[in-house]
Design a protein around this ligand. Structure first.
Ligand code: DC
Length: 223
């Protein structure tokens, strides 16, 4: 029997990563953060001394990207060329470069193929929770449980502020709202597609969100 695939997408600060990791831990599934893959690629482009704005050169680099994702929800890690870059990919310059390079069709094509490979491996085990902007629509549209996790812009800004310690509203807006607007040009993650559960977490605790996701998984697996 194949393991389950749970696909979760949504805008920045909606809680995708926290919720996906927690669900994967509780259900003993693997966990894949596809945003971390775009970040890892951006880190590598910068590490190679390439300009993220140079679409052609960046596209060429995608063919030889030595990425390994560790899909353990208790200790997920991102490894490039045997170097653990799990922390490094959270730096602001990597965040901005990830938004730029993830818009290139060549980069998306390569990383989506890689994401599908990890999902296949997860399926051969107990299953996998995969999260990221286009997971429910493009990467895994056949996933039995697909969820769009949203929250009001105010709630997302407040969460990002708590997470990063940033208090400047203009900076927060730039990293949350503006980046989402930029990303929305290539991926659609604001409206749920057909068959995708919409979960607005604005007024919910983390525990309540996790419980709701697990109830949908149980509904699906008991059918
Ligand atoms: O979710 P995040 O902030 O870690 O994502 C990093 C960047 O990658 C962000 O600019 C959106 C982009 N991304 C994407 O285009 N497709 C995905 N499936 C995941 C992330």
């Amino acid at each position: 029997m194949n393991g389950i695939v749970i696909a979760i997408d949504g805008p920045s600060g909606s809680g995708k990563s926290t919720v996906s990791r927690a669900v994967a831990q509780q259900l003993k599934l693997q966990y894949l953060d596809t945003g971390a893959m775009y970040r890892a690629f951006a880190w590598w482009v910068l590490d190679q001394g390439q300009d993220p704005e140079n679409a052609e050169k960046v596209g060429e680099l995608a063919d030889h990207f030595p990425l390994r994702m560790v899909c353990d929800p208790k200790a997920p890690a991102v490894v490039v060329n045997n170097q653990d870059i799990t922390q490094a990919i959270r730096q602001p310059e990597v965040t901005m470069a990830a938004s730029t390079v993830s818009a290139y069709p060549k980069v998306r094509h390569t990383l989506i193929a890689l994401q599908r490979k990890y999902i296949e491996v997860g399926k051969k085990n107990r299953g996998i929770v995969a999260e990221g902007r286009d997971i429910t629509s493009v990467v895994a549209p056949q996933a039995p449980v697909r969820i769009l996790l949203t929250a009001s812009a105010a709630a997302r800004l407040a969460r990002r502020s708590k997470q990063t310690g940033e208090r400047d509203q203009a900076v927060l807006k730039r990293t949350v709202v503006t980046r989402d607007q930029q990303d929305a040009r290539t991926t659609s993650f604001m409206e749920p597609g057909e068959g995708v559960h919409l979960l607005d977490s604005t007024a919910l605790t983390l525990e309540a969100v996790i419980a709701k996701v697990i109830s949908w998984v149980e509904e699906e697996t008991q059918q």
